[in-house]
Design a protein around this ligand. Structure first.
Ligand code: BES
Ligand code: MN
Ligand code: ZN
Length: 493
């Protein structure tokens, strides 16, 4: 069953559902028509109880009240929306997501009452879809969820919602589904999702939206000259894939290429990682997942921007055939690269994918990669590092991220550190100084984009979340699909 969302201005109390979620501005409890109606039926007990437990409607403050069988909805939840002037699109998305996550527990249908009619319905739609997300396919028996949320009815006070309003809500839900594609792909275990099956998934996305798609297998990658990509994948029984999807509108204002790191598992290769936490490296295809999610979002939006989605997929494993430190390979654009540490595999796969992307002569290349632990050390687990030489592009990304409610921080391409990438026997070493590791990785990638305007996003932290909060579930987050989507929209002007 899939989730459907509707919107109306009718009385929320008249609609039967498993749960009623009422969002209310801080200190406006007594003025909220739905809360007043509930309170009346409960003989004044609702407002009295809210007061007793100090429920004031502060942001994300949640109060569940026994419905006592007095309403058409089995459960009653009040959710604080904070001050109206702070109720930005990002806050709305986040609030509705946590509300739907709480109210959707064991429910098939939920009625959501918004605090006012002046909201961003697209953000609300996104919030509903993101909050309803679950990854339960591997649960059996007792652990299998007995219900699935299938219906959310959004109620806004005042006039009947316009067609525009309905469209915005539906688009929001569609974009949340696109984020869900990225989340699913990252949550999927690496014995199920490997380069070949990732390519299958890409084919599905392409087919659903009628995109062109080209997939190169191991031999194709070698024949094309992507030796760095090939080297990373050569130690795994799961052969690498190179994926290129194209959305081409009839009239285009710009051309943009998104490139995703698709390491379906990163053991470190011969420079093997410690056992603790190695399992997290199933998320090392988070950049690729974001490209898939973005392409699905593009399919829903159909902007007048040509969008290419490129994924370099491989599994990094130790093996007799694995690549090794001291090996030298020639990249797609002809540079020789000395391998230093086989655990720095992502930048190798990306280097060839970026060279390929420049050949498409785009106005912009954006890459996303779970590239370095150093990005986590620098910015923590919930913020992505991004790099670009172009201040205008940096502003565009900042703005897209703010609208999307995702966290990004611009980092410097420090020229001083570039020296550490000089090799004694080849054009480049592929790792530099340990300090500033996210920066040296970015500087390495820069060698492969030429003069094409470029933004590099090191998303190592935010692809996973340790706990459910706001739009984020525990596990895969789908970051940065929403930011990239907004960036594409901004290019269309
Ligand atoms: N996929 C990892 C980066 C990573 C680490 C992502 C932790 C998410 C959480 C990447 O391939 C890697 O191993 N990078 C090395 C580079 C080093 C060997 C220069 C790192 O960051 O330690
Ligand atoms: Mn690695
Ligand atoms: Zn990696």
């Amino acid at each position: 069953m899939s989730l459907s969302v509707s919107i109306s201005s009718s009385d929320p109390l008249s609609e039967s559902a498993d749960a009623l979620l009422v969002c209310v501005y801080a200190s406006a409890l007594g003025e909220h028509p739905t809360i007043r109606a509930l309170d009346r039926t409960l003989g004044g007990a609702l407002l009295a109880h809210a007061k007793a437990v100090e429920f004031e409607g502060k942001p994300e403050q949640l109060l569940e009240v026994p419905a006592l069988g007095k309403f058409k909805q089995a459960r009653l939840l009040l959710l604080g929306a904070g001050a109206p002037e702070d109720f930005t699109s990002a806050r709305q998305r986040s609030l509705i997501a946590s509300g739907v996550r709480a109210a959707g527990q064991g429910a098939k249908s939920v009625v959501v009452v918004l605090p006012s009619a002046s909201v961003d319905l697209r953000a609300i739609g996104e919030g509903v879809g993101l909050g309803a997300y679950r990854f339960t396919k591997y649960f059996t028996g007792e652990r299998r969820p007995k219900t699935e949320l299938g219906k959310v009815s959004v109620c806004i006070p005042g006039a009947k919602p316009s067609l525009e309003t309905k469209k915005a809500l539906a688009l929001g839900l569609e974009l949340a589904r696109a984020v869900g594609i990225a989340r699913d792909a990252v949550n999927e275990p690496p014995n199920v999702l490997y380069p070949e099956t990732l390519a299958k998934l890409a084919r599905q996305v392409a087919q659903a939206h009628k995109f062109k798609i080209k997939i190169l297998d191991k031999r194709g990658i070698l024949a094309a000259g992507m030796n760095l990509h090939y080297a990373v994948g050569q130690g795994s029984v799961h052969e690498p894939r190179f994926i290129h999807m194209t959305y081409a509108p009839r009239r285009k204002k710009k051309k943009v290429v998104f490139v995703g790191k698709g390491l379906t598992f990163d053991s470190g290769g011969l420079c093997i990682k410690p056992a603790a936490g190695m399992g997290e490296m199933k998320s090392d295809m988070g950049g690729a997942a974001a490209v898939l999610g973005l392409m699905a979002a593009v399919g829903a939006l159909r902007p007048d921007v040509e969008v290419h989605g490129i994924i370099g997929a491989a599994e990094n494993m130790p093996d007799a055939a694995a690549y090794r430190p001291a090996d030298v390979f020639t990249s797609l654009d002809g540079k020789t690269v000395e391998i230093i540490n086989t655990d720095a595999e992502g930048r190798l796969v990306l280097a060839d994918a970026l060279s390929y992307a420049t050949r498409l002569k785009p106005d912009l290349i954006v890459d996303a990669a779970t590239l370095t632990g150093a990005a986590l050390v620098a910015l923590g687990k919930s913020c992505s590092a991004f790099y670009t030489a172009d201040d205008q592009l940096a502003r565009s990304l900042d703005e897209a991220a703010r609208g999307a409610g995702e966290s990004f921080w611009r980092m410097p391409l420090l020229e001083d550190l570039a020296e550490s990438l000089k090799s004694d026997i080849a054009d480049l070493k592929h790792t530099g100084d340990r300090y500033g590791g996210s920066i040296t990785a970015a500087l390495f990638l820069r060698e492969f984009v030429g003069k094409t305007p470029w933004i590099h996003c090191d998303i190592a932290g935010p692809v996973l979340s340790e706990r459910a909060k706001g739009v984020l579930p525990k596990g895969a987050t789908g970051h940065p699909v929403l930011t990239f989507t907004r960036l594409v929209e901004s290019l269309s002007g």
